[in-house]
Write a protein that binds this ligand. Structure first.
Ligand code: ADP
Length: 455
Protein backbone atom coordinates (compact mmCIF):
# COMPACT_ATOMS: atom_id res chain seq x y z
CA UNK A 1 0.00 0.00 0.00
CA UNK A 2 1.34 3.46 -0.89
CA UNK A 3 2.32 5.82 1.90
CA UNK A 4 -0.21 8.37 0.69
CA UNK A 5 -3.05 5.81 0.90
CA UNK A 6 -1.83 4.70 4.32
CA UNK A 7 -1.88 8.28 5.65
CA UNK A 8 -5.34 8.85 4.17
CA UNK A 9 -6.78 5.66 5.48
CA UNK A 10 -5.24 5.81 8.90
CA UNK A 11 -5.94 9.44 9.75
CA UNK A 12 -9.42 9.51 8.21
CA UNK A 13 -10.45 6.27 9.85
CA UNK A 14 -9.01 7.32 13.19
CA UNK A 15 -10.83 10.64 13.09
CA UNK A 16 -14.07 8.99 12.00
CA UNK A 17 -13.89 6.39 14.76
CA UNK A 18 -13.24 9.18 17.30
CA UNK A 19 -16.15 11.28 16.03
CA UNK A 20 -18.48 8.28 15.99
CA UNK A 21 -17.46 7.36 19.54
CA UNK A 22 -18.02 10.92 20.77
CA UNK A 23 -21.36 11.14 18.98
CA UNK A 24 -22.43 7.79 20.37
CA UNK A 25 -21.52 9.00 23.86
CA UNK A 26 -23.52 12.22 23.35
CA UNK A 27 -26.48 10.20 22.08
CA UNK A 28 -26.45 7.77 24.99
CA UNK A 29 -26.01 10.56 27.54
CA UNK A 30 -28.89 12.50 26.10
CA UNK A 31 -31.11 9.38 26.09
CA UNK A 32 -30.26 8.58 29.70
CA UNK A 33 -30.85 12.15 30.89
CA UNK A 34 -34.24 12.38 29.16
CA UNK A 35 -35.34 9.02 30.56
CA UNK A 36 -34.24 10.12 34.04
CA UNK A 37 -36.27 13.32 33.73
CA UNK A 38 -39.33 11.36 32.60
CA UNK A 39 -38.82 8.85 35.42
CA UNK A 40 -38.64 11.63 38.03
CA UNK A 41 -41.85 13.23 36.76
CA UNK A 42 -43.63 9.88 36.70
CA UNK A 43 -42.46 9.09 40.20
CA UNK A 44 -43.76 12.46 41.42
CA UNK A 45 -47.09 11.80 39.77
CA UNK A 46 -47.24 8.33 41.35
CA UNK A 47 -46.44 9.64 44.82
CA UNK A 48 -49.15 12.29 44.52
CA UNK A 49 -51.61 9.62 43.41
CA UNK A 50 -50.78 7.41 46.40
CA UNK A 51 -51.05 10.39 48.81
CA UNK A 52 -54.44 11.30 47.35
CA UNK A 53 -55.64 7.71 47.76
CA UNK A 54 -54.45 7.56 51.36
CA UNK A 55 -56.09 10.88 52.23
CA UNK A 56 -59.46 9.91 50.88
CA UNK A 57 -61.41 8.02 53.54
CA UNK A 58 -64.09 6.83 51.17
CA UNK A 59 -63.50 6.41 47.52
CA UNK A 60 -66.73 6.20 45.59
CA UNK A 61 -65.10 5.74 42.19
CA UNK A 62 -61.36 4.98 42.31
CA UNK A 63 -61.27 5.04 38.47
CA UNK A 64 -61.94 8.80 38.50
CA UNK A 65 -58.93 9.38 40.79
CA UNK A 66 -56.71 7.03 38.78
CA UNK A 67 -57.71 8.66 35.51
CA UNK A 68 -56.95 12.12 36.81
CA UNK A 69 -53.36 10.97 37.55
CA UNK A 70 -52.97 8.84 34.45
CA UNK A 71 -49.97 9.91 32.35
CA UNK A 72 -50.70 10.87 28.74
CA UNK A 73 -50.01 7.82 26.54
CA UNK A 74 -49.81 5.69 29.61
CA UNK A 75 -51.68 3.58 32.10
CA UNK A 76 -52.11 2.99 35.81
CA UNK A 77 -52.67 -0.41 37.25
CA UNK A 78 -53.31 -1.30 40.86
CA UNK A 79 -52.17 -4.86 41.53
CA UNK A 80 -52.10 -7.10 44.56
CA UNK A 81 -48.81 -8.26 45.99
CA UNK A 82 -49.04 -11.56 44.09
CA UNK A 83 -49.54 -9.63 40.83
CA UNK A 84 -53.33 -10.04 40.50
CA UNK A 85 -54.82 -6.99 38.90
CA UNK A 86 -57.32 -4.92 40.96
CA UNK A 87 -57.90 -1.88 38.78
CA UNK A 88 -56.51 -0.62 35.46
CA UNK A 89 -56.93 2.61 33.55
CA UNK A 90 -55.14 3.35 30.30
CA UNK A 91 -55.14 5.85 27.49
CA UNK A 92 -56.72 4.58 24.29
CA UNK A 93 -53.56 4.20 22.22
CA UNK A 94 -51.52 2.58 25.00
CA UNK A 95 -50.37 -0.99 24.48
CA UNK A 96 -49.29 -3.01 27.52
CA UNK A 97 -45.95 -4.80 27.41
CA UNK A 98 -44.49 -7.34 29.80
CA UNK A 99 -42.27 -5.40 32.27
CA UNK A 100 -40.74 -6.48 35.58
CA UNK A 101 -38.86 -4.35 38.08
CA UNK A 102 -36.15 -6.21 39.94
CA UNK A 103 -35.34 -5.28 43.54
CA UNK A 104 -32.21 -3.35 42.47
CA UNK A 105 -33.94 -1.17 39.85
CA UNK A 106 -36.00 1.98 40.27
CA UNK A 107 -37.87 1.44 37.02
CA UNK A 108 -38.20 -0.97 34.11
CA UNK A 109 -38.03 -0.07 30.43
CA UNK A 110 -38.81 -1.72 27.13
CA UNK A 111 -39.04 -0.48 23.58
CA UNK A 112 -42.14 -1.10 21.53
CA UNK A 113 -42.04 -0.07 17.86
CA UNK A 114 -39.07 2.21 18.57
CA UNK A 115 -40.79 3.96 21.49
CA UNK A 116 -39.56 3.35 25.03
CA UNK A 117 -42.15 2.40 27.66
CA UNK A 118 -41.30 3.02 31.30
CA UNK A 119 -42.82 1.40 34.36
CA UNK A 120 -42.55 2.46 38.01
CA UNK A 121 -44.12 0.88 41.07
CA UNK A 122 -45.16 2.48 44.34
CA UNK A 123 -46.39 0.22 47.17
CA UNK A 124 -49.34 1.32 49.36
CA UNK A 125 -52.12 0.00 51.62
CA UNK A 126 -55.45 -0.54 49.91
CA UNK A 127 -58.77 0.31 51.60
CA UNK A 128 -59.17 -3.35 52.70
CA UNK A 129 -55.88 -3.16 54.54
CA UNK A 130 -53.90 -5.26 52.00
CA UNK A 131 -50.64 -4.19 50.47
CA UNK A 132 -50.97 -3.21 46.83
CA UNK A 133 -48.66 -1.71 44.25
CA UNK A 134 -49.54 1.23 42.04
CA UNK A 135 -47.95 0.58 38.64
CA UNK A 136 -47.57 3.62 36.39
CA UNK A 137 -46.76 3.00 32.69
CA UNK A 138 -45.85 5.69 30.24
CA UNK A 139 -44.93 5.71 26.58
CA UNK A 140 -41.99 8.13 26.17
CA UNK A 141 -42.96 9.54 22.77
CA UNK A 142 -41.08 12.83 23.23
CA UNK A 143 -37.91 10.98 24.21
CA UNK A 144 -38.23 8.82 21.09
CA UNK A 145 -38.85 11.81 18.81
CA UNK A 146 -36.00 13.90 20.24
CA UNK A 147 -33.69 10.91 20.23
CA UNK A 148 -34.40 10.25 16.54
CA UNK A 149 -33.84 13.92 15.76
CA UNK A 150 -30.54 13.91 17.65
CA UNK A 151 -29.49 10.74 15.82
CA UNK A 152 -30.15 12.48 12.51
CA UNK A 153 -28.22 15.59 13.57
CA UNK A 154 -25.24 13.55 14.76
CA UNK A 155 -25.09 11.51 11.55
CA UNK A 156 -25.24 14.75 9.52
CA UNK A 157 -22.52 16.32 11.69
CA UNK A 158 -20.33 13.22 11.26
CA UNK A 159 -20.68 13.40 7.50
CA UNK A 160 -20.05 17.16 7.49
CA UNK A 161 -16.93 16.78 9.62
CA UNK A 162 -15.67 13.82 7.59
CA UNK A 163 -15.48 15.90 4.40
CA UNK A 164 -13.02 18.55 5.72
CA UNK A 165 -11.05 15.81 7.50
CA UNK A 166 -10.68 13.96 4.23
CA UNK A 167 -9.68 17.14 2.42
CA UNK A 168 -7.21 18.23 5.10
CA UNK A 169 -5.66 14.74 5.09
CA UNK A 170 -5.18 14.96 1.37
CA UNK A 171 -3.50 18.37 1.70
CA UNK A 172 -1.39 17.22 4.64
CA UNK A 173 -0.21 14.06 2.94
CA UNK A 174 0.72 15.97 -0.17
CA UNK A 175 2.66 18.54 1.94
CA UNK A 176 4.62 15.69 3.51
CA UNK A 177 4.93 13.43 0.53
CA UNK A 178 5.72 15.86 -2.24
CA UNK A 179 9.22 16.65 -0.91
CA UNK A 180 9.82 12.95 -0.25
CA UNK A 181 8.77 12.12 -3.80
CA UNK A 182 11.07 14.86 -5.01
CA UNK A 183 13.90 13.46 -2.88
CA UNK A 184 13.27 10.00 -4.25
CA UNK A 185 13.26 11.37 -7.79
CA UNK A 186 16.59 13.16 -7.24
CA UNK A 187 18.13 10.04 -5.66
CA UNK A 188 16.96 7.82 -8.53
CA UNK A 189 18.35 10.33 -11.02
CA UNK A 190 21.69 10.38 -9.16
CA UNK A 191 21.82 6.60 -9.17
CA UNK A 192 20.99 6.18 -12.84
CA UNK A 193 23.17 9.02 -14.11
CA UNK A 194 26.03 8.46 -11.65
CA UNK A 195 26.05 12.17 -10.81
CA UNK A 196 25.58 13.92 -7.47
CA UNK A 197 22.20 15.64 -7.97
CA UNK A 198 20.88 18.12 -5.37
CA UNK A 199 17.44 19.36 -4.36
CA UNK A 200 17.04 23.09 -4.92
CA UNK A 201 13.53 24.34 -4.19
CA UNK A 202 13.03 22.76 -0.78
CA UNK A 203 16.04 24.07 1.07
CA UNK A 204 14.72 27.56 1.84
CA UNK A 205 12.22 26.78 4.65
CA UNK A 206 12.84 26.14 8.31
CA UNK A 207 10.82 22.97 8.76
CA UNK A 208 12.07 19.40 9.10
CA UNK A 209 11.66 18.71 5.40
CA UNK A 210 13.87 21.67 4.48
CA UNK A 211 16.35 20.34 7.05
CA UNK A 212 16.31 16.90 5.39
CA UNK A 213 16.87 18.51 1.99
CA UNK A 214 19.77 20.56 3.30
CA UNK A 215 21.34 17.51 4.94
CA UNK A 216 20.84 15.55 1.73
CA UNK A 217 22.55 18.27 -0.31
CA UNK A 218 25.42 18.46 2.17
CA UNK A 219 25.77 14.68 2.01
CA UNK A 220 25.84 14.81 -1.80
CA UNK A 221 28.49 17.53 -1.66
CA UNK A 222 30.59 15.47 0.73
CA UNK A 223 30.20 12.36 -1.42
CA UNK A 224 31.16 14.28 -4.54
CA UNK A 225 34.20 15.82 -2.86
CA UNK A 226 35.27 12.44 -1.52
CA UNK A 227 34.79 10.84 -4.89
CA UNK A 228 36.85 13.53 -6.63
CA UNK A 229 39.54 13.27 -3.95
CA UNK A 230 39.62 9.53 -4.32
CA UNK A 231 39.89 9.78 -8.09
CA UNK A 232 42.66 12.33 -7.75
CA UNK A 233 44.43 10.10 -5.25
CA UNK A 234 44.21 7.04 -7.47
CA UNK A 235 45.43 8.91 -10.53
CA UNK A 236 48.28 10.51 -8.56
CA UNK A 237 49.21 7.18 -7.00
CA UNK A 238 49.29 5.36 -10.33
CA UNK A 239 51.31 8.18 -11.84
CA UNK A 240 53.76 8.11 -8.95
CA UNK A 241 54.16 4.35 -9.13
CA UNK A 242 54.56 4.38 -12.91
CA UNK A 243 57.73 6.50 -12.78
CA UNK A 244 59.85 4.20 -10.57
CA UNK A 245 58.51 1.17 -12.40
CA UNK A 246 59.59 2.67 -15.74
CA UNK A 247 63.03 3.40 -14.31
CA UNK A 248 63.36 -0.13 -12.90
CA UNK A 249 62.11 -1.63 -16.16
CA UNK A 250 64.54 0.35 -18.35
CA UNK A 251 67.56 -0.34 -16.10
CA UNK A 252 66.69 -4.03 -15.83
CA UNK A 253 66.56 -4.23 -19.64
CA UNK A 254 69.88 -2.37 -19.84
CA UNK A 255 71.36 -4.87 -17.42
CA UNK A 256 70.07 -7.73 -19.53
CA UNK A 257 71.57 -6.27 -22.67
CA UNK A 258 74.97 -5.02 -21.49
CA UNK A 259 75.15 -5.02 -17.74
CA UNK A 260 77.26 -8.07 -17.08
CA UNK A 261 79.96 -7.08 -19.55
CA UNK A 262 80.25 -3.51 -18.22
CA UNK A 263 80.73 -3.25 -14.47
CA UNK A 264 80.08 0.52 -14.42
CA UNK A 265 76.70 0.20 -16.16
CA UNK A 266 75.80 -2.76 -13.96
CA UNK A 267 76.51 -0.76 -10.80
CA UNK A 268 74.58 2.24 -12.04
CA UNK A 269 71.61 0.08 -13.03
CA UNK A 270 71.52 -1.82 -9.76
CA UNK A 271 71.83 1.39 -7.78
CA UNK A 272 68.94 2.92 -9.68
CA UNK A 273 66.83 -0.23 -9.25
CA UNK A 274 67.51 -0.29 -5.49
CA UNK A 275 66.75 3.45 -5.16
CA UNK A 276 63.53 3.28 -7.11
CA UNK A 277 62.29 0.15 -5.37
CA UNK A 278 63.01 1.78 -1.97
CA UNK A 279 61.10 4.83 -3.17
CA UNK A 280 58.19 2.63 -4.24
CA UNK A 281 58.23 0.84 -0.89
CA UNK A 282 58.11 4.17 0.95
CA UNK A 283 55.37 5.46 -1.32
CA UNK A 284 53.21 2.39 -0.77
CA UNK A 285 53.78 2.55 3.00
CA UNK A 286 52.73 6.22 3.00
CA UNK A 287 49.68 5.57 0.86
CA UNK A 288 48.60 2.82 3.23
CA UNK A 289 49.06 5.20 6.16
CA UNK A 290 46.81 7.76 4.46
CA UNK A 291 44.22 5.17 3.50
CA UNK A 292 43.72 4.14 7.14
CA UNK A 293 40.30 5.01 8.44
CA UNK A 294 40.95 7.87 10.84
CA UNK A 295 37.52 7.44 12.46
CA UNK A 296 38.44 4.16 14.04
CA UNK A 297 42.03 4.58 15.14
CA UNK A 298 42.78 3.88 18.77
CA UNK A 299 45.09 6.42 20.34
CA UNK A 300 47.31 5.45 23.18
CA UNK A 301 47.39 8.64 25.20
CA UNK A 302 49.94 8.89 27.99
CA UNK A 303 52.09 11.46 29.70
CA UNK A 304 55.41 11.65 27.79
CA UNK A 305 58.61 13.63 28.13
CA UNK A 306 58.58 15.67 24.93
CA UNK A 307 62.08 17.11 25.51
CA UNK A 308 63.49 13.59 25.64
CA UNK A 309 61.54 12.49 22.57
CA UNK A 310 62.81 15.46 20.49
CA UNK A 311 66.39 14.70 21.57
CA UNK A 312 66.02 11.06 20.53
CA UNK A 313 64.55 11.77 17.08
CA UNK A 314 67.21 14.42 16.38
CA UNK A 315 69.96 12.03 17.43
CA UNK A 316 68.70 9.32 15.12
CA UNK A 317 68.50 11.69 12.13
CA UNK A 318 71.87 13.22 13.01
CA UNK A 319 73.49 9.79 12.97
CA UNK A 320 71.65 8.56 9.88
CA UNK A 321 72.37 11.59 7.68
CA UNK A 322 75.37 13.16 9.36
CA UNK A 323 73.58 16.51 9.61
CA UNK A 324 73.75 19.24 12.22
CA UNK A 325 70.53 19.21 14.31
CA UNK A 326 70.77 21.91 17.00
CA UNK A 327 68.32 21.18 19.80
CA UNK A 328 67.34 24.02 22.20
CA UNK A 329 64.62 22.48 24.28
CA UNK A 330 63.50 23.33 27.84
CA UNK A 331 64.08 20.39 30.15
CA UNK A 332 61.29 17.96 31.04
CA UNK A 333 58.43 19.28 28.97
CA UNK A 334 55.66 16.80 29.67
CA UNK A 335 52.56 16.46 27.50
CA UNK A 336 49.67 14.03 27.24
CA UNK A 337 49.73 12.50 23.76
CA UNK A 338 50.26 9.40 21.64
CA UNK A 339 54.01 8.85 21.67
CA UNK A 340 54.40 6.85 18.45
CA UNK A 341 52.25 9.23 16.43
CA UNK A 342 53.92 12.43 17.64
CA UNK A 343 57.30 10.79 16.95
CA UNK A 344 56.20 10.08 13.37
CA UNK A 345 55.15 13.73 13.05
CA UNK A 346 58.60 14.93 14.17
CA UNK A 347 60.31 12.53 11.75
CA UNK A 348 58.33 13.90 8.80
CA UNK A 349 59.06 17.56 9.61
CA UNK A 350 62.71 17.08 10.59
CA UNK A 351 63.35 14.88 7.59
CA UNK A 352 61.84 17.56 5.30
CA UNK A 353 64.04 20.19 6.94
CA UNK A 354 67.01 17.98 6.16
CA UNK A 355 65.91 17.23 2.60
CA UNK A 356 65.25 20.85 1.62
CA UNK A 357 68.28 22.50 3.21
CA UNK A 358 72.02 21.96 3.51
CA UNK A 359 72.86 23.97 6.62
CA UNK A 360 72.18 23.29 10.27
CA UNK A 361 68.63 22.67 11.52
CA UNK A 362 67.41 24.36 14.70
CA UNK A 363 64.82 22.78 16.97
CA UNK A 364 63.36 24.87 19.79
CA UNK A 365 60.68 23.91 22.26
CA UNK A 366 59.12 26.16 24.87
CA UNK A 367 56.18 25.91 27.20
CA UNK A 368 53.52 28.51 26.63
CA UNK A 369 50.54 28.44 29.00
CA UNK A 370 48.57 25.27 28.18
CA UNK A 371 50.71 24.40 25.17
CA UNK A 372 54.23 23.41 24.20
CA UNK A 373 55.44 25.01 20.97
CA UNK A 374 58.10 23.22 18.96
CA UNK A 375 59.74 25.09 16.07
CA UNK A 376 61.74 23.17 13.45
CA UNK A 377 63.77 25.70 11.50
CA UNK A 378 65.92 25.14 8.43
CA UNK A 379 67.91 27.55 6.25
CA UNK A 380 67.10 25.95 2.93
CA UNK A 381 65.29 26.67 -0.30
CA UNK A 382 62.06 27.89 1.32
CA UNK A 383 58.50 27.71 -0.05
CA UNK A 384 56.83 30.42 -2.18
CA UNK A 385 53.82 32.09 -0.46
CA UNK A 386 51.32 31.04 -3.15
CA UNK A 387 52.24 27.38 -2.60
CA UNK A 388 51.66 27.40 1.15
CA UNK A 389 47.89 26.73 1.01
CA UNK A 390 48.47 23.49 -0.96
CA UNK A 391 51.36 22.23 1.10
CA UNK A 392 49.31 19.65 3.02
CA UNK A 393 47.46 18.27 -0.04
CA UNK A 394 48.20 14.71 -0.99
CA UNK A 395 50.95 14.31 -3.61
CA UNK A 396 51.56 18.05 -3.61
CA UNK A 397 55.12 19.17 -4.27
CA UNK A 398 56.30 22.69 -4.60
CA UNK A 399 58.01 21.94 -7.89
CA UNK A 400 57.79 18.47 -9.31
CA UNK A 401 61.29 18.39 -10.75
CA UNK A 402 62.85 20.09 -7.71
CA UNK A 403 61.84 17.27 -5.39
CA UNK A 404 62.51 14.38 -7.64
CA UNK A 405 66.16 14.53 -6.57
CA UNK A 406 65.21 14.44 -2.91
CA UNK A 407 63.18 11.28 -3.44
CA UNK A 408 60.02 12.91 -2.00
CA UNK A 409 56.54 11.57 -2.61
CA UNK A 410 54.41 14.59 -1.73
CA UNK A 411 52.62 12.54 0.94
CA UNK A 412 54.70 13.39 4.02
CA UNK A 413 52.92 16.62 4.93
CA UNK A 414 49.49 15.12 4.15
CA UNK A 415 50.27 12.41 6.70
CA UNK A 416 51.60 15.06 9.11
CA UNK A 417 48.30 16.94 8.81
CA UNK A 418 46.27 13.79 9.51
CA UNK A 419 48.44 13.01 12.53
CA UNK A 420 48.23 16.53 13.92
CA UNK A 421 44.43 16.57 13.53
CA UNK A 422 44.27 13.29 15.38
CA UNK A 423 46.42 14.62 18.23
CA UNK A 424 44.83 18.11 18.33
CA UNK A 425 48.13 19.68 17.34
CA UNK A 426 48.23 22.88 15.33
CA UNK A 427 50.82 23.17 12.53
CA UNK A 428 52.02 26.61 11.47
CA UNK A 429 54.38 27.29 8.52
CA UNK A 430 56.55 30.31 8.03
CA UNK A 431 58.80 30.34 4.98
CA UNK A 432 60.82 32.66 2.76
CA UNK A 433 62.22 31.50 -0.56
CA UNK A 434 65.99 31.27 -0.40
CA UNK A 435 66.08 31.96 3.35
CA UNK A 436 64.47 28.99 4.97
CA UNK A 437 61.37 27.44 6.51
CA UNK A 438 60.05 27.06 10.03
CA UNK A 439 57.34 24.53 10.87
CA UNK A 440 55.85 25.11 14.35
CA UNK A 441 53.82 22.49 16.21
CA UNK A 442 51.54 23.71 19.00
CA UNK A 443 50.91 20.71 21.24
CA UNK A 444 48.28 20.82 24.03
CA UNK A 445 49.77 19.82 27.40
CA UNK A 446 46.56 18.06 28.41
CA UNK A 447 44.88 15.93 25.79
CA UNK A 448 41.20 16.99 25.39
CA UNK A 449 39.10 15.06 27.98
CA UNK A 450 36.43 13.81 25.59
CA UNK A 451 38.97 12.17 23.36
CA UNK A 452 40.68 10.44 26.25
CA UNK A 453 37.31 9.10 27.47
CA UNK A 454 36.63 7.65 24.05
CA UNK A 455 39.72 5.52 24.10
P1 ADP B 1 57.85 15.21 -0.03
O1 ADP B 1 57.87 13.74 0.12
O2 ADP B 1 57.92 15.63 -1.47
O3 ADP B 1 58.83 15.89 0.82
P2 ADP B 1 55.91 16.46 1.66
O4 ADP B 1 54.46 16.28 1.68
O5 ADP B 1 56.67 16.13 2.88
O6 ADP B 1 56.40 15.64 0.41
O7 ADP B 1 56.18 17.94 1.27
C1 ADP B 1 55.46 18.56 0.23
C2 ADP B 1 56.31 19.59 -0.45
O8 ADP B 1 56.49 20.70 0.41
C3 ADP B 1 57.68 19.12 -0.76
O9 ADP B 1 57.72 18.49 -1.99
C4 ADP B 1 58.50 20.38 -0.76
O10 ADP B 1 58.44 21.00 -2.01
C5 ADP B 1 57.78 21.26 0.24
N1 ADP B 1 58.45 21.28 1.55
C6 ADP B 1 58.17 20.57 2.64
N2 ADP B 1 58.98 20.87 3.67
C7 ADP B 1 59.83 21.81 3.20
C8 ADP B 1 60.92 22.53 3.79
N3 ADP B 1 61.30 22.34 5.05
N4 ADP B 1 61.54 23.42 3.01
C9 ADP B 1 61.18 23.63 1.76
N5 ADP B 1 60.16 23.00 1.13
C10 ADP B 1 59.50 22.09 1.85
Amino acid sequence: MKLRTKIHLFTTLLMLVLIILVNFGVYKLYEQLSINTEYKQLELRGEELVTTFNQLTTISDPYIVLRSYMPSNGAIRVAKENGDELLTVSSPSFEFVELNITSREQYAMKELNGVPIILIEIPSIWSDGNVVKFQLFQQLNDVATNRDLLKLILVAVTILIAIPILLSNMVLSSIILKPLEKLNHVMSKSRSSGTYEKIDELTAGKDELAEISRTFNEMMDALETNYLKQQQFVSNASHELKTPLTVIDSYAKLLLRRGFTNEKIANEALEAIVNESTRMKDLIAQMLELAKNKEHVTLSIEKINLSQLIENVSLQLRQAYNRDFQVHVDKDLFVQTDEQRIKQLFYILMDNARKYSDKEINIKATRDNQYVSIAIQDFGIGIPDDQLPHLFDRFYRVKQDRNRKTGGTGLGLAIAKDLSDLLHIEIQVDSTVGVGTTFTLVVPILFPEKEVDNQ
